[in-house]
Design a protein around this ligand. Sequence first.
Ligand code: KG4
Ligand code: ZN
Length: 353
Amino acid sequence: MIVLGIESSCDETAAAVVQDGHVLRSNAVASSMDLHVAYGGVVPEIAARSHIESITPVIQQALTQADCAWDEIDAIAVTYGAGLGGSLLIGVLTARTLAITKRKPLYAINHVEGHVYANFLTETAISGYTLPSAQPEFPLLALIVSGGHSQLVLFRNHFDYRLLGQTQDDAIGEAFDKVAKIIGLPYPGGPSVGKKAMEGNAYAFEFPKAKMAGKYDFSFSGVKTAVLRTAQAQIGQDHTFPSKDIASRLSEAQKADIAASFQRVAIETVVDKAEIAYDEFAPKSVVIVGGVAASPELRRQLAERLPLPIAYTDPKLCTDNGAMIATLGCFTALHHRPDTDPYSLDIAPNLSM
Ligand code: KG4
Ligand code: ZN
């Protein structure tokens, strides 16, 4: 079973070929991130236009790297939600066209569910990838932490999962990005806040952890506002002081203390819930996916608090990619789940798990 996966939900145009749900044959990604840096976040119009330019070359690159001709491809899998409407449209319309013209079954994939399946890749001939040696086992607890999502999901088996909880406002990566902006660190905020935090005291400020009605729900808007108020107070100003003028008046030491204290609390917020879920459901495996999985602080806290070792996949498979979509496409086909009509598949920007 050889599946071509196509992903275009945000700012990465990606395609990949995966065989039998565990062999990574190729992984091609073109990111428009550089074009968004000047704006401090993804601009949907710019992302959609980049997808139009990149999608055909990226798919061609995925086929070439896999050394795969079209007649060897058994099916096409594409992200149809959740994501930015304009971005999703490009991937979905491309996949629909290819499914019709190349006469391949088409599988519609949920992006967030796809993220989890990056962890099922265990073999590759491509250099530069470090993959886990075995696939995760069920029950499987998945912590999905990215710029767009913060969710905790329990998989009893393939296609049998339950969303335990999710953020009620910002995603954790988004909170890192916003805090970076307040204290004048570059986008994306996760790595820049993480780096600055190494110079600071993680207990300099006691930022609040939100108390949620849902046992496994998260919230990051309170801590973000607390960072803003602290930064204003540190420069002797009140809540009316414009956030864009704060960074230039903070010392490097103040920035480092804010970064470290924010990072500790934001990461503790998700690790606290992961630990409660671990105790309640006794999963055989835990996987961490999404851009924030790259955070050394997240990895450190999880290793300290969860009793089982966590196998992280390659960082290139934690961020948005076509391989995770192709992998879930393989399992969809192997489990004889229905394919979708290439003449009518629509996007679902607000799709949930
Ligand atoms: O999964 P991803 O590439 O895109 C989305 O689907 O959102 O995640 C991007 C997010 C950004 O918010 C970025 O700040 C965060 O992942 N991120 C990190 C790190 N690297 C990326 N957050 C914390 N620590 C990191 N090292
Ligand atoms: Zn994603």
